[in-house]
Design a protein around this ligand. Structure first.
Ligand code: B1M
Length: 215
């Protein structure tokens, strides 16, 4: 099987053996981020479709996710970076009840490789902790990720909680994750939130939004 097809298939099959060697060979031909976007994410999409249609069981999805994470960790040191920091600070969290973190961690990599400081507080984070950590680290913006449909409701609740605590104006909010749509964020959530809430469809749009927030 050709190299790039094999990489995608590794994600689908959850096959770790020989992964790093394939990635090293792939980096001779493509930039690391290109490999993530063009090959590895394609594999994750197939996994999502197979799982969604009942053709793949959860433990296998978990294996695929582990291969994805290992691959990204191997590629990350080879990515172009401006790690000077100091352009601004972003807090990142996956919202309460949600364990999905591959997308959030990609946002962390892209944003922190482009001159920002990122405080990544992990998964299943309630709004209390998100706000406490934002205050503690004096961040410039809050980013929330969530992939479950119920996470979109949690995000709305979180924005309402920020309104009621009077801190909506203090922290621009960036939202992302597969269950969200631009229309939901820009129409419905924007109506609810008394501050600035924006949607990022991927990690690169997350970086663009951070640039806008800090300009
Ligand atoms: Co789950 N899962 N999962 N899962 N999982 C989905 C989300 C699902 C759509 C699969 C499906 O049915 N087709 C479905 C949700 C359905 C729904 O809510 N209606 C689902 C389900 C049902 C579940 C469980 C409930 C299953 C169960 O237990 N029966 C369970 C949930 C547990 C929980 O959260 N409480 C569960 C568990 C898991 C695993 C643990 C096995 C694993 C996660 C491992 C991990 O993340 N560490 C997993 C996986 C891997 C997936 C799929 C297959 C892939 C997700 C992924 O990593 N994609 C997923 C299918 C899908 O999404 N279509 C699925 C790659 C990643 C790069 O994309 O995170 O969307 P994504 O990030 C993108 C953008 O969205 C954006 O940037 C990234 C690209 O650059 N982005 C942001 C994301 N966050 C951002 C934040 C930003 C900006 C951009 O700013 C702050």
């Amino acid at each position: 099987m050709p190299l790039f097809e094999r990489l995608k298939q590794r994600i689908i099959d959850g096959e770790m053996n020989g992964l790093n060697a394939d990635l090293d060979e792939a980096m001779q031909e493509k930039a690391p981020l290109q490999i993530v976007n063009e090959d590895l994410l394609g594999g994750m999409k197939v996994v999502g479709d197979l799982f969604g249609s009942g053709q793949m069981q959860l433990p296998f999805v978990l294996q695929s996710a582990e291969v994805m994470k290992t691959a990204v960790a191997h590629l990350e040191p080879h990515m172009e970076k401006d790690d000077s920091g100091g352009k601004g600070k972003l807090l990142l969290a996956t919202v309460k009840g949600d364990v999905h973190d591959i997308g959030k961690n990609l946002v962390d990599i892209i944003v922190s490789n482009n001159g920002y400081d990122v405080v990544n507080i992990g998964i299943k984070q309630p709004i209390n902790t998100i706000i406490e950590e934002a205050e503690k680290h004096k961040v410039d913006a809050i980013g929330m990720s969530g992939l479950l449909v119920k996470s979109t409701v949690i995000m709305k609740d979180n924005l309402e909680e920020m309104n009621s605590r009077g801190i909506a104006d203090k922290y621009p909010v960036m939202l992302g994750g597969a269950a969200l749509t631009r229309t939901y964020v820009e129409n419905q959530l924007d109506e609810v939130f008394e501050g600035d809430v924006r949607y990022a469809k991927d990690a690169f749009e997350g970086l663009t939004l951070m640039d806008r927030i800090m300009s």
